[in-house]
Design a protein. Sequence first.
Length: 496
Amino acid sequence: MHPIIRLPRVASFSDLVRAHTDLTEADVEWLRLLRADWQIIADLSFADLVLWLPDRTGSGWWAAAQMRPTTGPTAYLDDVVGEFVPAGRRPILDSAFAEGRIAREGDPEWRDEVPARVEAIPVVCEGRTIGVVGRQTNLLGVRTPSRLELSYLQTAADLAQMIATGTFPSTAQRSDHADSPRVGDGFLRVDDAGRVSYASPNAQSVIRRLGLQGDLEGHVLADVVRSLVAPKRRPDEETLSAVLGGRAHRDVEIGADVSLIVRSVPLRPQGSHIGALILVRDVTDLRRRDRELVTKDATIREIHHRVKNNLQTVAALLRLQARRIDGESAKSALEEAVRRVGSIAIVHEMLSQAVQENVDFDDVAERLGTMVADVSALTGRVRVERAGEFGWVPSETATALAMVLTEVMQNAVEHGYAALQGDATGVVRVGADRLVGRLRITVDDDGCGLPEGFSLDGSTNLGLSIVRTLVEGELDGQFTMERREQGTRAVVDVPI
């Protein structure tokens, strides 16, 4: 007997398919649709599912995907994705694939001291068998099934037969509900007329949230919903009839004060429509939280907007005051205050426009560079150029980083080019590099350079003191300045 071989794991399902099979893009898309829905089958079957794909050489089978049930114990303690089983090692896979029909083992299979009932379901796409779904049911603790469990198992059998005949999964367009219902949320079985033949206790509870009195069984589900939900709070009549009647493979949301997601999976095990599986989920609390989050986001953006407006008002008042002061040192101090307040206002303006918790700092840096060049005494003679990308920066970091960048650029303009004569011009170059969780910012000028004996530790410059405090104290980074062949380089290195 050939042993089971486990080769090194591949990166993804797609990688395994490309590396070991001859499946077409259409085949892969069909398998993607199957994998998107097979949690339903695992839960209805109380069983594990493993997708086995034939090796292109015909030498055996690759375990390409796996799904465990949420309704019962697993038959696999370990993942089997990536296992290779030589042909003949598990005859049930070979026969299901070759004969195109569901195969069952008479005796249980033992794995990790767990007995499991084994079935093999051929996966048919456009008349061709392209793989096999192995279904393993953990037999430990098996008891006489209840009516709910019998309904689950019958529905699972119908879906398995549809896989084997190529009518499941469905290629119908699906909604993008990330909170689509699962089997345990609420399960209903309806007949070909849309009449409820079985409703799980959870499904009864969900529909009763809409105001239902009594039981669902024997009633047409669409009629029940029409009687409980106002027209403006339910989908159009065509959609309602198609989904709740079990004739459309899709899901819809119903209600407002009480919100439900209803999902329908039509059943056609022998080709003709016999009814449908309906899953329902109460998402009232989720929708309430969604609304709260939207409200909070809007409130936070409004706060940032108002802070920005207030800061701009403060800057305008400081600018007016500076114009009324004769002393050059006092006027310079007020102008520096205007610039610092302006840099903070720019960040708050960006935060007021964004929903994300991060800020696109390239936009901030662009505006800060323009502001520094425009408000300096050398307007038009010194320009700021930028290279590299800052990327997205956490909002709690953005304000401090904006202050730092403003001060460093302003320092380069004021001190690097203070001695410009005539029509001479200068360029401040700002560079940004992101390396393994860190952001490194360089600010280079081609000005007069650092004075002899300059030391950051001994500097009394207010702007540089602010930079060091913010970089080392708040951003947990490093700040250095060094003399270049012509001019000065300032380096800010912070974790992001």
